[in-house]
Design a protein around this ligand. Sequence first.
Ligand SMILES: Cc1ncc(COP(=O)(O)O)c(C=O)c1O
Length: 271
Amino acid sequence: MLINGQASERVAGDDRGLLYGDGLFETLAVVHGRPCLWVQHMRRMESGCRRLGLPRPDPEQLREESHRVIPRQGVGVLKILVTRGCGPRGYRPPGDPLPTRILYFSSCPEAAESASSAGVAVRYCNLRLGRNPALAGIKHLNRLEQVLARAEWADPAIAEGLMLDTQGLVVEGTMSNLFLVRNEGLATPRLDHCGVAGIMRSRVMALAGTLGIPVEETDLRPRDVAAANGVFLCNSLIGLWPVRSVAGLEQDVRAIPDALKRAVEQERRAP
Ligand SMILES: Cc1ncc(COP(=O)(O)O)c(C=O)c1O
């Protein structure tokens, strides 16, 4: 683990990332020693920094540090965290913050495997996402909603939980974004009140565009999910996961366009 460029496992007890979740993170797939979709992850981090008023980390420095933590030909996950650093007691952000950078690699050979074509089973979570446009879309460090939602099930046969917001709209999975396949094309929840604007979500939208598949960002409810021709989830690590059942209701994994699945699989490994 590198903390501000130094090999260390220790973060200061008064770091605002620890105290308040005051910071951002990125989770990148690593294949053959290379972090995938680097530019897109850096852009999201930059936009998160702007929205939170955090000094932007130097992407070249992060690149150099990522090379130091990723083993040659390593396959797994690179985590990059940036916090507002330490500061005086209290919520008020320091006027001149000294951000903390944390980078580490976790080996995970499954990261190189393709998505299961048989699909995954998912459930609905009881915990609702709060609506807050000021934080919507940002991959910030406040993840208690996801932690509580993920604590709702232990059954290994359930791969993911779908989360609704306080108005009953479907937003995303605990660690993934959601797409429905409908006659008219793809539909994915709007993320202007809550949710994480996933890198893979935006890549799926772009790839669908190049394949001539229309994509709509819209309000979706559980009844829309039940009525879809197909359902899939995505994130930077899993790529695209076809969903074979939602809350016990079967879904047709064949409804997901093969060309899109192939394109996402290639994308997942893109440098
Ligand atoms: C809550 C949540 N939504 C969506 C995503 C998907 O994001 P990405 O495609 O950038 O991996 C993640 C990824 O960890 C997540 O934790």
